[in-house]
Design a protein around this ligand. Structure first.
Ligand SMILES: Nc1ncnc2c1ncn2[C@@H]1O[C@H](COP(=O)(O)OP(=O)(O)O)[C@@H](O)[C@H]1O
Ligand SMILES: [Mg+2]
Length: 445
């Protein structure tokens, strides 16, 4: 009794002309754990509510097990929602809270056996006679889960169910949710803005930005083959290093990517992906290097496929088991504007009542962020205005992970080796061009 959930070009607007979900297509397999990931305001909850039937679908189609379901009543979809605010009835015991949906669904039946079996599964038998006010946050969330499970739904829809809990409990419940949904084999759509949570939970992760699906794939794929610079930057900690570069492909010399003061030399013979970069000769690109693609090491220690540059130590973040070293390599970081959400203008303030040009400009800016290229690139007539470096220092443009025992101090010049096999290149619109994208239609590789 588990469901396949398909969205075909589904769109939604709350105010005319402003789509908060834009032609979203997604096929969720029966029993799959799919995570919807994206910054706050990107439309995740709206998608979930459309699947649940709590929000009307403006355009496009929802299919449940292959059948048109746009107009199916929420109750007939037999899905269970879990929210971050737990939503328990304060005047009911845990037992009654869990049993409530059962009593609604089958008024004649005795809900007790099902309630108790559910409580056993969740290890909350001793909480059954307490009221929500007598439970901790984590216990309340377990009871809320119990209420969702007891009905044996055909799908779980979870909207940031753990974001109100402290980190330790979150990790614990995360593991529980994962175990539970897999034991039950029920299709689960889980919404979060936390990429670490998405990566650890999902069979697949669907990344949304401004209502538009960016990519869907296994955690491994979205990390290793991000389709664009937004996905690359949203997933992974520390955040991927993104540097502005220019492709240099002279006919008679080695191919390089200039990073301003230094360059990355692409190892010969050129790989197929690097050969394809030739057409970018002279163009500005964005170079993406995850922290594991760079290590401290002398030119003489270079392995095949590694190229060397140097970096000036700006700042060292000691983390106990490792260090994050911020280097200045003389390159210019690329900016991904709406990683932390394009703070949408609240709908009430969108109207032109005050006739404010500021509002109009703000709206224009939001729209531009939504639709425009992912990355701001250098103005044609000179470099864009740089943010003032903190405390008179240049911001480090490259973060490298090292063992914690290196004696590195601010101002040291350090040799670095870049593993070119782990190099990403994105074009000016932010689309990945190296490794070359696979030509699959559904944004999956
Ligand atoms: N009922 C509503 N009326 C008007 N605008 C809404 C409503 N619900 C959500 N929005 C807007 O739609 C966008 C997406 O919201 P939401 O789906 O809640 O995003 P997320 O869950 O990713 O944070 C936001 O800009 C939000 O302000
Ligand atoms: Mg939300």
């Amino acid at each position: 009794m588990t469901r396949a959930i398909s969205l075909h070009a589904v769109s939604k607007s709350y105010t005319r002309g402003a789509r908060v979900v834009d032609r979203l297509s997604l096929d969720i397999r029966p029993g799959e754990f799919l995570v919807l990931l994206g910054p706050s305001g990107c439309g995740k909850s709206t998608v979930l509510r459309m699947i649940a039937g709590l929000e009307e679908i403006d355009e496009g189609e929802l299919l449940l097990d292959g059948e048109h379901a746009n107009d199916l009543l929420p109750a007939d979809r037999r899905m269970a929602m879990v929210f971050q605010n737990f939503a328990l009835y304060p005047s009911m015991t845990s037992r009654d809270n869990i049993g409530f949906p059962l009593r609604i669904e089958a008024p004649g039946d005795d809900p007790r056996p099902r309630v108790e079996a559910t409580a056993r599964m969740l290890g909350i038998e001793e909480l059954l006679d307490r009221f929500p006010g007598q439970l901790s946050g984590g216990e309340r969330q377990r009871v809320a889960m119990g209420r969702a499970i007891a009905r044996r739904p055909t799908a779980f829809l979870m909207d940031e169910p753990l974001s109100n809990l402290d980190a330790k409990l979150r990790n614990h419940l995360r593991a529980e949710i994962s175990g539970l949904t897999r034991t039950l084999g029920v299709t689960t759509v889980y919404v979060t803005h936390d990429q670490a949570e998405a990566m650890s939970l999902g069979d697949r992760v669907a990344v949304l930005r401004g209502g538009v699906l960016q990519q869907v794939g296994t955690p491994r794929t979205v990390y290793a083959l991000p389709r664009n610079v937004f996905v690359a930057a949203f997933i992974g900690t520390p955040r991927i290093n993104l540097l502005r570069g220019v492709v240099r492909a002279p006919l008679d010399g080695a191919m390089t990517i200039s990073l301003g003061k230094q360059f990355l030399r692409l190892p010969e013979p050129l790989s197929l992906d690097h050969q394809l970069l030739r057409v970018q000769q002279g163009r500005e690109v964005i170079v993406g290097l995850r922290s594991e693609a760079v290590r401290i090491g002398d030119r003489a220690a270079a392995r095949p496929g590694e190229t060397h540059i140097t970096g000036l130590v700006e700042h060292v973040e000691f983390q106990g088991h490792e260090m994050l070293v911020h280097f200045n390599t003389g390159s210019r970081p690329a900016v991904v504007p709406d990683l932390e959400a394009p703070r949408p203008v609240p709908p009430g303030r969108r109207r032109r009542r005050e006739g404010g040009t500021v509002l109009e400009r703000l709206r224009g800016r939001v729209d531009a962020l939504r639709a425009g290229p992912v990355v701001t690139v250098e103005e044609p007539d000179g470099p864009a205005e740089e943010p003032a470096p903190p405390e008179g220092r240049l911001p480090g443009d490259l973060i490298v992970r090292t063992t914690p025992d290196l004696a590195l101090r601010h101002g040291m010049q350090v040799p670095l080796l870049v593993d070119i096999a782990h190099l990403f290149v994105f074009d000016q619109h932010g689309d990945r061009i190296c490794p070359a994208p696979a030509r699959l239609p559904d944004l999956e590789e």
